[in-house]
Design a protein around this ligand. Structure first.
Ligand SMILES: Cc1cc2nc3c(=O)[nH]c(=O)nc-3n(C[C@H](O)[C@H](O)[C@H](O)COP(=O)(O)O)c2cc1C
Length: 206
């Protein structure tokens, strides 16, 4: 599929064929692409929890305003952010030239250590970028997704057994759509959302 077509085709799909599943192998293929997503210092501040269990989906649905697609999707993916991803730097950089390691590792530690707001921002940023890769990769394979933040993060964290280093960033439904969605919801015009040079500049093409 042409990438522009993939972008056009992606819509948030809220009803799935509950009896048509995506296999672990198929999910693995998609995830091999998702891990190529960018992250600052390549720290990959993300963790994906692939929920297949009907019981767990049901419990998460209860913590997600009863939204039906949480339960009917093939996989419910909890995209989590890893707050202490900077501690993985020695492993991530282990094959890099030792001279570069000597410079970069202390830089990364100094950048993140004891900065809880930054750790959280970064976890959300990186996990969100990976979530977007996931959604486009899914559409490219003929599947559909819906990103979701309509859930109680504490309750969902408990169900997923998240520890203090992981936060739920968003849920993604993944599956085969049951029906086509409504026409795409409206978008603000490019001239309004792209300003030239400063926030007060003219809109693009104006
Ligand atoms: C961060 C985020 C959270 C969202 N939360 C929900 C949600 O809880 N439930 C839901 O059905 N859709 C949710 N959506 C989907 C949006 O409603 C949808 O992306 C938006 O209306 C644009 O429609 P489209 O994705 O079909 O283009 C969410 C989207 C984003 C990006």
């Amino acid at each position: 599929m042409e990438f522009s077509e993939t972008i056009q085709k992606r819509q948030s799909i809220k009803s799935y064929q509950a009896d048509k599943n995506i296999s672990d192998e198929e999910l693995d293929e998609l995830m091999q692409e998702v891990i190529l997503s960018p992250s600052s210092f390549n720290l990959q501040h993300w963790k994906f929890i692939a929920v297949k269990s009907s019981d767990l989906k049901k419990s998460i649905r209860e913590a997600a305003w009863g939204q039906e697609h949480v339960e009917s999707c093939s996989f419910l993916i909890a995209v989590c952010g890893k707050l202490n991803a900077f501690e993985d730097a020695p492993v991530i950089y282990q094959d890099v030239d030792p001279e570069i390691q000597k410079k970069v590792l202390p830089m990364i530690k100094g950048f993140y250590e004891d900065k809880s707001q930054l750790q959280r921002d970064e976890a959300i940023r990186s996990a969100s970028l990976a979530a977007m890769t996931f959604m486009f990769g899914a559409v490219n394979r003929g599947w559909d997704t819906c990103p979701m933040i309509g859930f109680d993060p504490v309750a969902v964290g408990k169900i997923l057994e998240l520890d203090a280093s992981h936060i739920p960033v968003m849920l993604l439904t993944l599956g085969y759509r049951k029906e086509d969605p409504r026409p795409r919801s409206s978008r603000r015009p490019v001239s309004e959302i792209v300003k030239m040079n400063t926030l007060n500049g003219p809109g693009l093409m104006e």
